[in-house]
Write a protein that binds this ligand. Structure first.
Ligand SMILES: Nc1nc2c(ncn2[C@@H]2O[C@H](COP(=O)(O)OP(=O)(O)OP(=O)(O)O)[C@@H](O)[C@H]2O)c(=O)[nH]1
Length: 518
């Protein structure tokens, strides 16, 4: 092949290559334009979604959408894109600030709602949880909107409550008295553990703003709880009574059978005795009327044989009688044994019931009934031995605000802790009872005039230093204490009244203190 032919072949190959590259380039351009269309539509939607936050940004985006027509136009829009990016960053910063501001306003509104004293405990609890939730920052408006919705629901509840309060204002003083009376009764009654939640809710309702309907329902609920308790007690008494009844029936049946058997035996024995007497009589007359000795012997032997049979029969009857008696006694012993174990169970139940009746179910301290027993016991001891006896009344300060702020169940827990601390601060010979609500009574025998103040100050300090933490808040709970010494020839109830008066003085003198009247 000459040079020119070689060149022609190479040129044709080059042409071929050029054609292929052109086709590939066309395909690439087509591809790019398709992708550009997708990107364009995406950016359009995105820019429309950003609309409405800032007029400057809206204008820039509108201009950008108009210009952003094809791939080539992109280079003319670079300056605008940089501008838009700056505005977007600025906008994000603004949104973050305004979301934070909204969070603060929601918290302020929640705090105001929490200040509505008549709010039911449950709503208060929900609101406090909601408030805690507001501590977490919002990242987008979508975090904020549901919170706003929730808050409006709370508002609705509060407004509804305000309406109820209006109708509540119609409550006559008589209703208020009835509520007070019910609260007093509740504090004196004992409820089982599983009933306590219900009772606390009723107490919370009656201590707050309530309607006539609430009062009726409260009475209704307390009566149902009491009836429930009565039925339980009645059932256990009935179980025992029916067991007793069964046993008595069996014992009476047995006695009847024994009497019957005895009567039958007596009859048989009577007949036998008659028979025996008959034989003896016959022998006597035979001896009297007969001179023939052999005939007499024969007759006597016959009579003696009959007598022997009759006597054997008699001893058989007596043996049978003895066995019957033993059997009956055994049966009776078994029945009475069963009855006495029933009695033991019942005694245990009674003991349990008695313990339950003497123990405050919430704090497990002795209750008011136990206090009364112990008071008369200590008083009698005092009369016998001539020592010292102090009565102290302790009352938690501002306890209502603990319930109001943190809920009744937190209040209950605080009562339990304080009760334990109080008990542990005393010696075994000293006594503390829950008198009711947030009030405790201490009986302190054999404490000298010099020692009483340090003792009660120690109790007060111990309670004050309990590290209560409610809902992440460190709370100091204090008590006020009033104490009085039993005077010569004074009734202990009078001492109690003087201690109570001292407590009121302690409360008056800004609380968290001990006042002692000797
Ligand atoms: N959680 C709880 N609260 C109780 C119980 N018994 C009584 N309370 C509450 O104790 C509170 C007593 O309140 P107040 O008599 O006003 O006395 P306080 O708030 O302690 O104020 P001062 O005694 O004057 O310092 C009320 O809110 C009662 O509901 C109970 O068993 N559990």
């Amino acid at each position: 092949m000459n040079d020119s032919a070689t060149a022609t072949v190479a040129l044709s190959a080059l042409k071929e290559q050029l054609q292929t590259s052109k086709r590939e380039l066309d395909q690439l351009t087509l591809d790019r334009n398709d992708k550009f269309k997708i990107l364009q539509s995406f950016i359009f939607s995105l820019s429309i979604a950003c609309k409405g936050h800032n007029p400057e940004l809206d204008n820039k985006l509108a201009k950008f959408r108009r210009q952003f027509d094809d791939y080539e136009s992109l280079k003319n829009s670079i300056a605008d894109v940089v501008d838009i990016e700056r505005l977007l960053k600025n906008q994000y910063h603004q949104i973050t600030i305004s979301l934070d501001n909204s969070r603060t306003s929601l918290t302020n509104i929640t705090n105001q709602l929490l200040r509505v004293t008549s709010l039911p405990e449950v709503v208060k609890k929900e609101l406090s949880y909601f408030k805690q939730d507001l501590n977490k920052p919002f990242h987008t408006v979508w975090d904020y909107v549901p919170k706003l919705e929730k808050l409006s629901l709370f508002y609705e509840q509060v407004i509804e409550l305000q309406f109820n309060i209006d109708s509540k204002l119609d409550l006559t003083p008589k209703y208020q008295l009835l509520a007070k009376e019910l609260l007093r009764l509740i504090s004196e009654l004992e409820f089982r553990n599983e009933q306590r939640d219900k009772v606390s809710t009723i107490q919370a309702v009656l201590n707050g703003e309530f309607t006539a309907d609430d009062l009726l329902s409260a009475y209704n609920a307390i009566i149902s709880l009491l009836v429930e308790n009565l039925v339980r007690e009645k059932n256990s008494a009935q179980e025992f009574l029916s067991a007793l009844n069964e046993t008595l029936t069996v014992v009476s049946d047995l006695t009847f059978t024994m009497q019957n058997n005895d009567a039958k035996n007596q009859l048989s024995k009577g007949k036998l005795d008659k028979k025996i007497q008959g034989y003896v009589g016959e022998v006597e007359s035979a001896i009297r009327d007969t001179n023939d000795l052999d005939f007499l012997k024969l007759q006597v032997r016959g009579q003696l044989d009959q007598l022997k049979t009759a006597l054997a029969h008699k001893s058989e009857i007596e043996q049978k009688e003895k066995m019957q008696l033993q059997h009956s006694f055994q049966n009776m012993r078994n029945e009475i044994g069963g009855l006495s174990s029933e009695l033991e169970v019942y005694k245990d139940k009674l003991h349990e019931l008695q313990k339950l009746n003497q123990t405050d179910q919430l704090t497990q301290l002795p209750n008011r009934a136990a206090l009364e027993d112990r008071m008369s016991l200590e008083y009698q001891k005092l009369k016998r031995k001539n020592g010292n006896l102090w009565v102290a009344v302790a009352d938690i300060d501002y306890f209502k605000s603990i319930n109001d702020k943190f809920g009744h169940s937190t209040g209950d827990k605080a009562l339990q802790v304080i009760a334990q601390v109080m008990k542990n601060a005393l010696r075994d010979t000293e006594f503390v009872a829950r008198y009711g609500g947030e009030e405790f009574v201490l009986l302190l025998p054999n404490v000298s005039d010099n020692d009483i103040s340090p003792l009660l100050e120690r109790v007060r300090e111990k309670i004050k230093s309990i590290p209560f933490k409610f809902k992440d808040q460190r709370i100091t709970v204090t008590v006020s204490i009033g104490a009085a010494k039993v005077h010569f020839q004074e009734k202990i109830e009078e001492t109690f009244d003087r201690a109570d008066a001292a407590l009121y003085r302690a409360k008056d003198e800004s609380r968290d203190r001990v006042i002692i009247i000797s």
